[in-house]
Design a protein around this ligand. Structure first.
Ligand SMILES: [Zn+2]
Ligand SMILES: [Zn+2]
Length: 758
């Protein structure tokens, strides 16, 4: 008997091992095993299949060293999804395994549970007299007295004494107690020394314990009810449906109804969101309805949290609802009924680095197919591909074009910056109209969102004398000045550099910065509106856990007046008091050399505009551009998705792009530029022989060196027609890559594929 074993290595599919007699009867597909690999190194792998015929290869077949548990950790359906991903996205099965399994499941050793320090009153104080005497003894140390008072209050200790029931004592963490009592740790230790309190370790459960309530649901409007009925109807005969609902149309409430319907049939739901950034508001909403029946899975979960969700999903009582980011498509599912992909157009569903470079939206459709489940894609600005599939009848289509509560879509005014600058009546970055709007919003206690899709202070730094521009030492990219640490940052590799005292090219001393990043916008806001309370939402301000939620919560509660941010502010957030949204510079979005640039620009602007609007008055969007005559601008102004779609489709057809052609990028990387050039040329030649005219390149990408590695790119366009087999194409590509790396001198070239790149 032999087993095919998947190992977490970036090569190949699976590896054949002999099954020792001791475990021959108990080993199953999906079990975890320990096997020797390479130079006597032990690896943990997953059994993919069992068979009796070893392929006749030159290698000696080794034996499985140990069976790690007789129960499978991965289900057969999960393995089918893994195989599909490895095949479709052209990567090793081991890459998929690495992405899919939480590290705690992969490890052979024990799992660490997250522990927190908690505080409780000494047991002997569970007595009214004893407690009172203790308080009296603390009369002369008021801070200790106050701290104990707070602890009694937070633990409900006196209520518990009164009712003589220790179960009523609540858990209080040390951090929470110190925070709420505003006391130092020294005071706490003083009480501990006197034996009044005890500090102990407590195992923290990742999911908050709360029971949801179906009572806590908002009534559906007529149009929501109609959309819900249509979705249910479509799902009776089609597996995928698009819900095209304008911003603030209340898609979440429809999702909640669908999840409840699934739960009633004993089925589970997977609800995908593009990033954790988005989940705060929505998870809070869902938690109120689903309570403990809901698991939340995202990139900032600890290993213990991931393991617990994984184990619960494999148990007899899995979560009714999993809300998660793209990697949650790998969670085990018992009886999956529905996958919801919210904001399906979002690019963050696609994993860029490392392999597997999968798109979670498209993978979700395969996942649902394997489980015979349904898929609901939701968006106010669907991706061209998805909308195209609805026009072909492949996906069902439901439109929801009324905002919840009858709120009107915002009015969008275009400001022609070109003209204003020429007439010298505009000081960057705010046009007079925007400045006036901001003024009025502040006077009325209303809020403003400013959208600038560049972080940092100034995107361009230049020597006034010779035009020299500082670039990254490790990447071919210019640096962005950040005011906060007064350094030049590389947005590709993350390194930062001091500002040179003089120009290294001409020795000049006048280095100037141009352009506006979010940091500089905030400085400009302070100059003009010194009293305004501002916050910034970009990659730099949201690195630490919880910082994103804090910025959003503060804004939602009116603690800040003006929120300045990158595309992060365009993500499905709901605020009730935003009078004005300013799109400061639409042009940076329109000028990118990418065939999806206009689609993205439309999505971003329509989404950010959708944040404007108050509970009872129409919101106002001011869109600043130098290209007011660009057709895309009027499509945004009129909310005319269909025109944008049709125009983009014409261009895609004309220039051989998706959805008419399938796109695969071949990336080659090497530290040595000569080697990477040779490999790229050979790869291109072989691809041209195999595929003919659809091969473009090799190109030096816009950033042709990142982290010391030289990069080349080859694009392959293959007609999306039934006559061309994508499987054949992928097979040929793999063979060609192997041919290139078998040439002496080129073997260390890294070659990888990006299928359906974004
Ligand atoms: Zn210079
Ligand atoms: Zn760099």
């Amino acid at each position: 008997m032999y087993a095919e074993v998947i190992l977490p290595v970036p090569v190949g599919r699976s590896f054949t091992y002999a099954i020792p007699a001791v475990c021959a009867d108990i080993i199953k597909v999906g079990c975890k095993v320990s096997v020797p690999f390479g130079r006597n190194k032990l690896h943990t792998g997953i059994v993919l299949s069992l068979h009796e015929n070893p392929c006749s290869n030159a290698f000696e077949i080794k034996e499985i060293r140990e069976l790690l548990g007789s129960e499978p950790v991965v289900g057969e359906k999960d393995l089918r999804l893994w195989e599909w991903i490895a095949d479709y996205y052209m990567c090793a099965l081991g890459d998929v395994m690495k992405a899919a399994l939480p590290s705690a499941v992969k490890q052979t050793g024990n799992v660490k549970v997250k522990k927190e320090l908690h505080v409780k009153l000494a047991d002997r104080l569970f007595d009214k007299t004893a407690l009172n005497e203790t308080f009296e003894s603390l009369q002369k140390t008021p801070r200790r007295y106050a701290l104990l008072r707070k602890l009694v209050e937070m633990t409900s200790f006196d209520t518990a004494i009164k009712l003589n029931n220790r179960n009523l004592i609540r858990q209080v963490s040390r951090a929470q107690l110190l925070h709420e009592s505003n006391t130092s740790a020294a005071v706490l230790l003083g009480l501990k020394a006197k034996g009044i309190i005890e500090i102990y370790e407590y195992e923290v459960l990742p999911q908050q314990n709360s029971t949801g309530s179906i009572v806590d649901m908002l009534p559906l409007s007529d149009s929501q009810q109609k959309a819900l009925d249509e979705i249910v109807n479509i799902h009776s005969h089609k597996s995928v449906c698009l819900l095209h609902g304008v911003t603030s149309s209340g898609k979440t409430e429809i999702y909640i109804r669908l999840i409840l319907q699934m739960a009633a049939q004993g089925k589970q739901v997977l609800y995908l969101l593009p990033e954790i950034a988005l989940t705060t508001q929505i998870t809070q909403r869902l938690r109120r309805v689903f309570g403990d029946e809901m698991g939340v899975y995202h990139s900032r979960c600890t290993d213990a949290e991931r393991l617990e969700i994984w184990q619960k999903q494999r148990s007899d009582k899995p979560f009714q609802l999993i809300v998660g980011v793209r990697s949650s498509i790998f969670l085990p599912q018992k009886n999956l009924g529905l996958v919801i992909v919210d904001e399906e157009h979002e690019t963050s569903y696609k994993q860029q680095e490392p392999a597997p470079r999968y798109n979670a939206r498209d993978t979700a459709i395969m996942l649902a197919h394997i489980h015979n489940a349904r898929v609901l894609l939701g968006s106010a600005t669907p991706s061209i591909e998805t909308y195209h599939n609805t026009t072909l009848g492949k996906y069902g289509y439901v439109k929801l074009d009324q905002r919840y509560g009858g709120i009107m879509l915002p009015q969008i005014d275009v400001v022609d910056v070109q003209d204003l600058v020429r007439r010298k009546i505009m000081n960057q970055p705010f046009s007079p109209m925007l400045e006036q709007e901001m003024q009025q919003a502040l006077e009325h206690g209303e809020q403003v969102i400013l959208f600038q899709n560049r972080r940092g202070y100034a995107p361009v730094v230049e020597c006034v004398q010779c035009g020299w521009i500082p670039t990254c030492e490790y990447c071919d990219v210019s640096l962005t000045y950040h005011h906060e640490d007064q350094k030049l940052h590389c947005h590709y590799c993350g390194n930062s550099f001091p500002i040179p005292a003089k120009c290294p090219n001409c020795g000049g001393h006048d280095l100037r910065s141009y352009g506006f990043g979010t940091e500089k916008i905030e400085v400009e806001v302070h100059k003009r509106f010194p009293k305004a309370r501002t916050a910034r939402l970009d990659l730099d301000t949201t690195r630490s856990r919880g910082s994103y939620s804090k910025i959003i919560d503060d804004f939602a509660q009116g603690k800040t007046d003006i929120l300045i941010g990158t595309q992060m502010v365009s993500k499905g957030l709901d605020f009730g008091n935003v009078r004005t949204v300013g799109i400061l510079d639409a042009d940076t979005m329109l000028n990118r050399p990418d065939f999806r640039c206009h689609e993205r620009a439309y999505q971003m602007m329509a989404q950010v505009a959708g944040r404007a609007g108050r509970r009872n008055r129409r919101g106002h969007v001011i869109l600043q551009t130098r290209r007011a005559d660009n057709p895309l601008i009027s499509q945004v102004v009129n909310g005319d998705y269909i025109s944008m779609f049709q125009e983009q489709m014409l261009q895609r057809q004309q220039f051989y792009y998706p959805p008419f052609y399938r796109l695969i990028y071949v990336w080659l990387k090497h530290r040595n530029e000569v080697v990477v050039n040779k490999s790229a040329l050979m790869m291109t030649r072989l691809m041209q022989q195999a595929f003919g005219g659809g091969v473009l390149g090799p190109d030096r990408p816009a950033v042709a060196r990142i982290n010391m590695l030289h990069i080349r790119k080859i694009a392959l366009k293959v007609a999306a027609s039934p006559r061309v087999s994508p499987t054949e194409v992928r097979k040929k590509l793999r063979t060609i890559a192997e041919q290139v790396t078998s040439v002496p001198g080129l073997h260390s070239t890294m070659i990888f594929f990006d299928v359906d790149p974004l």
